[in-house]
Design a protein around this ligand. Structure first.
Ligand code: ADP
Ligand code: MG
Length: 456
């Protein structure tokens, strides 16, 4: 049907108090048919046949295609195409429901389409049957290009066939592996570039057919931040190793050099031996210089404190973690007990502390949980608590967590809390403490000295 097709005009005579149709969003159309326009005439019972005719003419001079006359008020309107009695009421009901249904559908489609995430639905055969605007933007294919294609279109080569196999397996076994979870994968844009995405899957069964929907978010930025963080933790690890080695080497070198210089002065040595000792002393001095230089190189930077409020920093770091929390099914609560007085702090360093605490909390709640960040004034200090409902730790672990390299994780560095400790205690003159119950959760509390208002 061409779009210009003349609409089908239907008049509905209704004598009920309530409007015949709840939703009046005219016209609507069914696929393959011209649009339908409903005209609803209410309270026609009090009109004479001539007045009814007049009302009809006023609204639609060219006449209606069908008149639904459930109340039998327009019987003498023939030869107009009148359907009357119960049949008219049934048709009226059908049309009204259809109209409401179409409107709901339009609203839903509107929501899906305006979402910023990509929403892609496939059927059991791995064919794309739903594709929103967000998907066009994130993936680069237009709706027309994507619909009807195999989902392989957007999956990069190593996973192309694996994914279809997953779907096949789910259809056969109904064993959910990833359904209902957030997973990190790589997707491929139209221009063949790949990007990291976080995707959550859901499945719906409609009349025995399964439909899989993926909500895809581009996490390029989050990923970059995380990589930078890891990088800085690695650098810190290297730095600490160097400091450690330098410390171990320094004392033996001191002894070797000291003895060598003593021996040079001994009278019973011949010149050759004395020359060799001089070389030893010289080389030791060179090594000492190198060690000192190395230590200077990795020495932690002096903190750059400014007077300010902690709240914006807390909000910023929480926001940064938002995606991460969501992915791990962690509910976040910020509990502020009034506004905090200003604190003198190095934002970069305290950011690092918060990041380390949040990261540990996430790692302690592999099956999700709750993370509460509570702030309050405690005596002369500002206190921030990071409370998780994770696995907690026994006392023998809690006693060691601030020691560099102490970790209970397979891939842990054991440096996170050591760095926190250094920053809070050494650099800010504050305190960091832990309270933990195995199986219940942990609370990390940091205190920073508040600055009295008169000081600024
Ligand atoms: P890493 O995270 O690399 O192991 P950290 O210094 O950050 O190093 O933490 C040291 C150890 O402290 C961890 O391995 C873990 O055993 C324990 N830990 C830290 N935070 C928590 C927490 N929120 N819940 C339970 N245990 C924790
Ligand atoms: Mg850690």
């Amino acid at each position: 049907m061409s779009e210009k097709a003349r609409p089908i005009r239907i008049a509905i005579f209704s004598n009920q108090e309530a409007p015949a149709c709840q939703v009046v969003s005219l016209p609507f159309s069914l696929e393959g048919y011209p649009p339908v326009e409903l005209e609803i005439f209410q309270g026609v019972a009090s009109l004479s046949p001539a007045e009814v005719r007049q009302a009809l003419k006023e609204r639609q001079p060219e006449g209606f295609d069908i008149i639904l006359d459930g109340e039998q008020l327009a019987l003498d309107l023939a030869p107009e195409p009148v359907v009357s009695g119960p049949r008219a009421r049934m048709l009226e009901g059908l049309l009204c429901q259809l109209q409401e249904f179409r409107q709901k559908q339009e609203i839903n489609t509107g929501i899906i389409n305006s979402a910023t995430d990509a929403i892609v639905t496939i059927n059991e055969d791995h064919i794309i049957i739903g594709y929103n605007k967000g998907a066009e933007k994130i993936l680069g294919y237009t709706r027309e290009e994507a619909l009807g294609q195999n989902l392989k279109l957007i999956i990069p080569p190593p996973h192309k066939d694996v994914h279809q196999e997953y779907v096949r397996r789910y259809v056969a076994t109904r064993q959910p592996h990833v359904i209902g979870k957030h997973v990190r994968l790589t997707a491929q844009r139209r221009d063949r570039t790949e990007f990291p995405m976080s995707i959550s899957f859901s499945v719906a069964e409609v009349r025995g057919n399964l439909y899989f929907t993926g909500i895809i978010r581009d996490i390029t930025e989050t990923k970059e931040m995380e990589d930078r963080l890891l990088q800085s933790e690695r650098l810190a690890a290297v730095g600490n190793t160097v400091t450690h080695i330098a410390h171990e080497i320094k004392n033996p070198l001191l002894i070797i050099g000291g003895f060598a210089r003593q021996l040079i002065k001994a009278t019973e040595l011949d010149d050759k031996a004395r020359q060799k000792l001089a070389i030893i002393a010289e080389e030791v001095a060179r090594l000492e210089g190198m060690v000192a230089e190395m230590r200077d190189f990795v020495r932690p930077p002096v903190s750059q404190k400014t007077l300010g409020h902690l709240e914006p920093l807390l909000t910023e770091v929480l926001e940064f973690f938002q995606e991460n929390f969501k992915e791990h099914h962690i509910q976040v609560r910020l509990q502020e007990d009034g506004s905090l007085p200003p604190v003198s702090f190095d934002a970069n360093q305290i950011r690092q502390v918060l990041i380390n605490l949040f990261k540990n909390a996430v790692e302690a709640m592999p099956r999700g949980g709750e993370l509460t960040v509570a702030t309050r004034v405690k005596g002369p200090n500002v206190e921030v608590s990071v409370i998780d409902t994770g696995e907690g730790m026994p006392p023998e672990v809690a006693a060691n967590i601030f020691t560099p390299y102490f970790t209970t994780k397979e891939k842990g560095t054991g440096l996170g809390l050591a760095i926190c400790n250094f920053i809070v205690k050494e650099q800010h003159g504050g305190r960091i403490e832990v309270e933990s119950t195995p199986g219940k959760g942990s609370t990390f509390t940091i205190q920073l000295p508040a600055v009295e208002a008169s000081a600024d």
